[in-house]
Design a protein around this ligand. Structure first.
Ligand SMILES: Cc1ncc(COP(=O)(O)O)c(C=O)c1O
Length: 411
């Protein structure tokens, strides 16, 4: 008898967890059976201590919990709390002066920022561009919003950003679309750890400017998904330093999320910042996303926004908050160092990692290799172009042993 299906054609209706969560569940089972020291779980992308517990910036939570109940209970203003929005712009750009008009709007995490950008800046069935190494949920967000994700080559053979491939992909889409949205997830790109240099970023802006001038009737939306900006090295904002005012048919949007910045993953709070040479276009982004907010979830979590504003605006608290975060950054970097040093010794090729939660290993047949690694009690995430290693959740000594294990499997 055929299954009685009530959902419509485009609804997916699958309760099963995705492949990475399945692998993580296997890793947890193996840990219970064989003990933590014998299992290499590099599958889940959360920053944890060596004991596997989530690392938390307690300074943020002390401020949050000190807030009166009414600030948890009450609705926030639809575009977000002004104090939060101002603080988010300052925190996102820090000491980098970018020229242009800026506006911000609160959204429920970086995921919502991406959803709202897809919805407001692409049309139904439009293709949205992203690098071929990417964060898998972009695809799901696109599908859920009737957009289609299209990839372009991310790295040249010498591991620099392939601007030519990005520009060619935009031009190709201009043949059939009025607007093209491009997601640029850096610094500390997930899953490669790539961060562009000022020179690479300058090339991107120069080429985008030329393209925009050539196609004055078209629109280019650069969505900078800066999810890891505050968990990166000092060069995180080099790509902002290279920024220059772009023509009015280019809009830059920055998705600044508190998930990693304040270890506030579950509080679903982010700011979508627009940057344009036109005040009107920057403000239009805020208006459009505020409307979308009303049409999806009605405002964001008020206390989470206000706690961030308080942390940011109080110098003493901010210093403590940043000191806590600096320890987390250092932990990830020492794990990455341990991995990269050994990878070099055994000759294991990897992505051009600079900072961030992940290092990737380019290879074919990533699913088959992922499955073969189970026999070594090693759990990684398969990606279309290779293996993603979540060094953010692996003790330093395990990071040092991982390259030798992988080398036997990745040819
Ligand atoms: C590259 C990237 N973008 C966006 C997000 C979304 O995070 P959130 O919605 O929690 O802000 C993540 C989370 O892991 C991510 O890795």
């Amino acid at each position: 008898m055929s299954k009685n299906i009530m959902i419509n054609d485009h609804a997916v209706g699958v309760l099963e967890s995705d492949i990475i969560f399945k692998i993580a569940a296997m890793a947890r089972e193996a840990t219970q059976k064989f003990g933590s020291d014998n299992v290499y779980n590099a599958s889940i992308g959360a920053l944890t201590g060596d004991d596997g517990n989530l690392l938390i910036n307690n300074v943020y939570y002390e401020v949050l919990k000190g807030m009166p109940n009414v600030l948890f209970a009450d609705y926030a203003p639809m575009p977000g709390e002004p104090e939060f929005l101002n603080a988010s712009i300052k925190a996102c750009f820090k000491d980098v002066e970018v020229e242009g008009y800026k506006e911000a709007v609160a959204v429920m995490g970086g995921t919502a920022a991406i959803k709202h950008v897809f919805w407001n800046y692409a049309d139904d069935n439009d293709e949205v561009l992203v690098t071929d190494w990417n964060w898998a949920p972009y695809n799901q967000i696109a599908y859920e919003n009737k957009r289609v994700l299209k990839t372009f080559n991310m790295f040249t053979p010498d591991n620099t950003f392939d601007t030519g491939s990005m520009i060619a992909a935009i031009e190709e889409l201009f043949k059939k679309q009025r607007s093209v949205v491009i997601i640029l997830n850096f610094p500390a790109h997930n899953p490669t750890g790539y961060t562009p240099s000022e020179k690479e970023a300058r090339e991107i802006y120069d080429e985008v400017e030329k393209l925009a001038d050539k196609h004055k009737d078209k629109r280019i939306v650069l969505l900078f998904d800066v999810a890891y900006i505050d968990l990166s090295k000092d060069n995180a904002r080099d790509f902002m330093k290279a920024y220059k005012p772009l023509p009015n048919n280019v809009l830059s949007l920055f998705s600044y999320s508190l998930s990693k910045t304040a270890t506030a993953y579950g509080l679903r709070t982010a700011s979508l910042i627009s940057l344009s040479s036109s005040a009107e276009i920057a403000l239009e982004a805020k208006a459009a996303v505020t409307f979308s907010t009303r049409g999806t979830y009605t405002g964001c979590v008020r206390a989470a926004q206000l706690a961030f504003a308080k942390v940011y605006n109080d110098e003493e608290i901010r210093a403590k908050f940043e000191a806590e975060r600096a320890k987390h950054i250092q932990l990830v970097l020492s794990r990455a160092d341990a991995f990269l040093t050994e990878a070099k010794k055994v000759g294991l090729k990897h992505s051009p990692y600079q900072s961030g939660f992940f290092i990737s290993i380019p290879c074919d047949a990533s699913m088959a290799i992922t499955e073969a690694l189970y026999e070594k009690k090693t759990f990684v995430a398969p990606m279309p172009k290779g293996l993603r290693l979540a060094i953010c959740s692996l003790a330093e000594w395990k990071c040092a042993k991982l390259p030798a294990i992988l080398k036997d499997y990745v040819k």
